[in-house]
Design a protein around this ligand. Structure first.
Ligand code: PLP
Length: 379
């Protein structure tokens, strides 16, 4: 058998995918499993976006594009960042990738040398530490607490800085916590980055899925030290189209373009044209989605707490972290019990560094949330 690289042997498959696979297996065997494991909105891509993609195909926009993305899309992104985030970037300071995931991947490879430490508030999205390690860096978890609704304490972050620290990863609103970091925290992190010469990579994928808060982009406070990553997946229900982007200092963007140019080249041309339509005009869709997500959040948080699964109220994204110690101290066992005994698929918090908790995604109908709560009541 071929010997795989040491690099790839260090890579861990996502636990999210493992649970989804097991739930699918049960479903295929005829068991009616209700999945709360998905990481994507349940809405269809808005019709005006689909129409733009069809028009692009009919117009023959089906060839290679610039590696960094078509100028029309980078202009639309720059205009969006100014309009919605108060950030000033030229289209050259924007690069489009195959999903936010590729933009993050390129960013870590563009910025990290072996041994460079990357501070990541935890619980965190599992791909950050994996990508950092893959790029030779050393992920360092900076814990946040459920009693603080998982908001980052800037003093805890500061205390984790060492001479090897190169980067801080922020994700607000966050997956899996739903935490939204207040402006004062962002200012403190920006100050720290400037003072210590650190790069901030801020993943703002969930910026529009936010309740009773206005999203604040940290790049406003430290533009030369920040790479802003975002994408079409969550905001416009476009997970399958694979469009993400990053904006930041020109040398970083150029390095990311060089990496992408020798790996995947451009993101799908058709998807790029669809994203132009999505980014220019989706306010109605965003408001509709936010309203629905908020109703679902209110219902699931109230329901889980009433059932003895303590769950902090998240301010954004579409996930909750529920304390499952009532049914088992080990969250892997708790997730197994929920799947086998209640036929509800959730993701154990293990890989997120959320011990004793499982993640439920509420990107599902209110009816499904009601049915899930009813099933969990039996445990
Ligand atoms: N960042 C976070 C926090 C996510 O949860 C996800 C998707 O689950 C992504 C980035 C990647 O999104 P995409 O590659 O679809 O743009």
């Amino acid at each position: 058998t071929p010997r795989l690289s040491e690099q790839v042997q260090r890579l861990r498959p996502s636990s999210t995918i493992a649970v989804t696979a097991r739930a699918l297996e049960l479903q295929r065997a005829g068991v009616d499993v209700l999945s709360m494991a998905a990481g994507e909105p349940d809405f269809d891509t808005p019709p005006h976006v689909v129409a733009a993609a069809k028009a692009a195909i009919d117009a023959g926009r089906t060839r290679y594009t610039q590696v960094q993305g078509i100028p029309e899309l980078r202009e639309a992104i720059a205009a969006k960042l100014l309009r919605e985030n108060g950030l000033t970037y030229t289209p050259d300071q924007v690069t489009v990738g195959n999903g936010g995931k590729q933009s993050l991947f390129n960013a870590f490879f563009a910025l990290l040398d072996p041994g460079d430490e990357v501070l990541i508030p935890s619980p965190y999205w599992v791909s950050y530490p994996e990508m950092v390690r893959f790029a030779g860096g050393v992920p360092v978890a900076v814990p946040t607490r459920p009693e603080d609704a998982y908001r980052l304490d800037p003093d805890v972050l500061r205390a984790a800085v060492t001479p090897r620290t190169k980067m801080i990863v922020l994700n607000s609103p966050g997956n899996p916590t739903g935490a939204v970091f207040p402006e004062a925290t962002l200012r403190a992190v920006a100050d720290l980055a400037q003072e210590r010469g650190l790069m901030i990579v801020t993943d703002e994928m969930y910026e529009h899925i936010i309740y009773d808060h206005a999203h604040v982009s940290i790049a406003r406070f430290a533009p030369d030290h920040t790479l802003t990553v975002n994408g079409a997946s969550k905001a416009y229900a476009m997970t399958g189209w694979r469009i993400g982007y990053a904006a930041g200092p020109l040398p970083v963007i150029r390095a990311m373009n060089a990496i992408q140019g020798q790996s995947t080249s451009n993101a799908s041309s058709v998807s790029q044209w669809a994203a132009v339509a999505a980014i220019q005009d989706s306010r109605a869709f965003i408001e509709m989605a936010r309203g629905k997500f908020q109703q679902r959040r209110d219902r699931i948080v109230a329901g889980l707490n009433a059932l003895g699964f303590p769950t902090p109220t998240p301010d954004g994204a579409f996930y909750v972290l529920a304390d499952t110690s009532r049914i088992h101290t080990d969250e892997l066992e708790a997730a197994r019990i929920m799947l086998d005994d209640a036929r509800v698929a959730v993701v154990p918090g293990t890989d997120f560094l959320a011990p004793g908790r499982v993640r439920l995604s509420y990107a599902t109908s209110l009816e499904q949330i009601e049915a899930v709560l009813e099933r969990l009541a039996g445990l």
